[in-house]
Ligand binder design. Structure first.
Ligand code: F3S
Length: 231
């Protein structure tokens, strides 16, 4: 038997949130997400949570599970101690139960212009990049925008304008891209008040990233470039 203690809150109906217990028999290898679906389909159809791909690609099911931000689809019940406490991502408005409003998270992301800004007129067919240049951005490509790093970062809690580890890692991905022509503007932008120098190198973002990316290192690299590199 396992017990899930799930954060329940409907801002339109409830004054205070509560943790509701659900007990059931998990099967071998059952994930947290499968457990949530089991509850939804067999015990409580009012439970709200997000999910989509179920294979750690879309990033929809990031939540706070037994004290750590994780993807529910990638976390097996058997590795955790029961009762398993499940809360939504932090620092974002709650829509219902485990579903948060991700607009502030994506607003910060859009600010860094997460697309290539070409150096000159676009080529007729495609942008070419050497193998060596492609390798330079390898470490920054796999972000699935799940929000785990954002939820774990205390600076995001204090300063809603802080660009955040997700946006700053993506900014470096374009700064380091040989095909991009806006390096100077990008570095100048992340050096602004709510950018890289608001990061206190707390490392939480690196600890929780389900894709093993290192936003702390990306931010440190941006800091170094902004101070020592001439563009
Ligand atoms: Fe936050 Fe990560 Fe910096 S947790 S303070 S963005 S190192």
């Amino acid at each position: 038997m396992v017990e899930f203690r799930i954060f329940r809150f409907d801002p339109e109906k409830n004054k205070e949130p509560e943790f509701k217990p659900y007990q059931f028999e998990p099967f071998k290898g059952m994930t947290i997400l499968e457990g949530l679906y089991h509850i939804l389909e067999n015990m409580d159809s009012s439970l709200a949570f997000r999910s989509s791909c179920r294979e750690a690609v879309c990033g929809s099911c990031a939540m706070h599970i037994n004290g750590v931000y994780r993807l529910a689809c990638k976390t097996q019940i058997q590795i955790l101690k029961s009762p398993i406490t499940i809360r939504p991502l932090s620092h974002l408005p709650i829509i219902k139960d485990l579903v948060v409003d991700l607009n502030p998270f994506f607003d910060r992301f859009r600010e860094i212009k997460p697309y290539l800004i070409p150096k000159e007129n676009p080529p007729e067919k495609e942008y070419l990049q050497s193998v060596e240049d492609r390798e330079k951005i390898d470490d920054w490509l796999d972000c699935i925008l799940c929000g785990a790093c954002y939820g774990s970062c205390p600076v995001c809690a204090q300063d809603p304008k802080y660009l955040g580890p997700h946006a700053l890692l993506k900014a470096l991905r374009f700064v380091d891209d040989s095909r991009d022509g806006a390096t100077r503007e990008r570095v100048a932008f992340v050096t602004q008040n709510s950018g890289i120098f608001r990061c206190h190198t707390i490392f939480n973002c690196r600890e929780v990233c389900p894709k093993d990316l290192d936003p702390t290192k990306a931010i440190a690299k941006l800091k170094w470039k902004s101070v020592f590199k001439k563009f």
